[in-house]
Design a protein around this ligand. Structure first.
Ligand SMILES: [Zn+2]
Length: 324
């Protein structure tokens, strides 16, 4: 008997990743290609299907061995219609019926979810949360992506926009956000925000070991900030610590709204490991309530950049599409 697989598609602004994933969450084959969304939706969706078909051929499988396909996509999405409404990462894409178009090309049922939600489902199903229990994931990258898994199911919300946790307000009248609000978590605690804030402070004349890099016009990343902070750079440590405080505040708010077993931290900034985790946990303990001990375990993501494709495949394996 042939292996049964699900196809997972992780559609990002930079890359498309497609993988064949078995029932245990193991990747049997994976391919990636630049997204180049300006090529138009027809070409891009066609490429997703072509990659899937190549992977099946390479693995000696046919569409008969596939239980379904899952797609994690930037949003906002209309899950009922199966469309991408629009996305800042996909210029020119408006109301694209991506679920139907991919389904037609693959000849398979396609399950659709927001990309950050798919990653959260991946960590729940095969990563940091695989032992079970409600899970919330924060992906600390360009922004802060969020995903909520409750009783094994993704929480999508009445308007399909649940778990936009990066836009949780953590500072009253704080930094402006591209979403139109002020004081959003992602303005303080995304990998990009941490780098941006250090860069801005250096521009304002603050001293830092990263100053020469910034002056030379070389981009800095959250990893650079973490390394500089570890080596005792006062500016980097202050901005890093501030990010950890705001993450901890977000975790306390999440604790009281959702009371999950796990809060999983993933994305570029989480690669700092204990240097991030230990601080967030400390600030969390300093700030959470004392009425009872219902603190979630704040842990590092385990699937890295594969969380998206594994989670997309998990949509199909666990039959998750709220509006079908
Ligand atoms: Zn915002």
């Amino acid at each position: 008997m042939n292996q049964r697989v699900a196809i997972g598609v992780d559609f990002g602004g930079t890359n498309i990743k497609v993988a064949l994933v078995d029932r245990d969450g193991k990747i049997l084959g994976k391919r990636a290609t630049p997204s180049d969304p300006q090529r138009g939706s027809d070409t891009v969706i066609g490429e997703m299907a072509a990659l899937a078909s190549t992977l099946l051929t390479e693995s000696g499988l046919t569409s008969g061995d596939v239980v379904g396909a899952g797609l994690g996509s930037p949003g906002p999405l209309d899950l009922k219609a199966g469309t991408i409404i629009r996305s800042t990462n996909l210029p020119g894409w408006q109301n694209v019926a991506i679920r139907r178009e991919l389904s037609d090309r693959l000849g398979l049922r396609v399950y659709l979810a927001n990309d950050a939600n798919a990653a959260a489902l991946g960590e729940f199903w095969a990563g940091a949360g695989r032992s079970g229990g409600d899970l919330v994931m924060l992906t600390l990258g360009t922004g802060v992506g969020g995903g909520v898994v409750h009783r094994g199911r993704l929480v999508e919300g009445h308007f399909d926009n649940a778990a936009e946790l990066g836009h949780m307000i953590v500072v009253v009248d704080g930094l402006p956000c591209g979403c139109g609000q002020h004081g959003c978590l992602e303005q303080y605690a995304s990998a990009a925000a941490v780098a941006r804030r250090v860069q801005a402070a250096i521009g304002d004349g603050e001293e830092s070991v990263l100053a020469s890099q910034v002056t030379a016009g070389e981009p800095i990343t959250s990893q650079h900030v973490a390394e500089a902070a570890k080596s005792g750079d006062a500016l980097s440590l202050r901005i890093w610590e501030d990010a950890c405080v705001h993450l901890a505040i977000a975790c306390v708010n999440i604790q009281h709204v959702l009371n999950p077993k796990y809060i999983v931290l993933g994305g570029g900034m989480a690669q700092a490991g204990a240097f991030l985790l230990d601080r967030v946990v400390k600030h969390f303990k300093d700030r959470t309530w004392s009425l009872c001990d219902d603190a979630p375990e704040i842990v590092q993501a385990q699937l890295g950049y594969d969380a998206g494709v594994i989670g997309a495949a998990a949509l199909a394996w666990t039959n998750q599409d709220v509006h079908r």
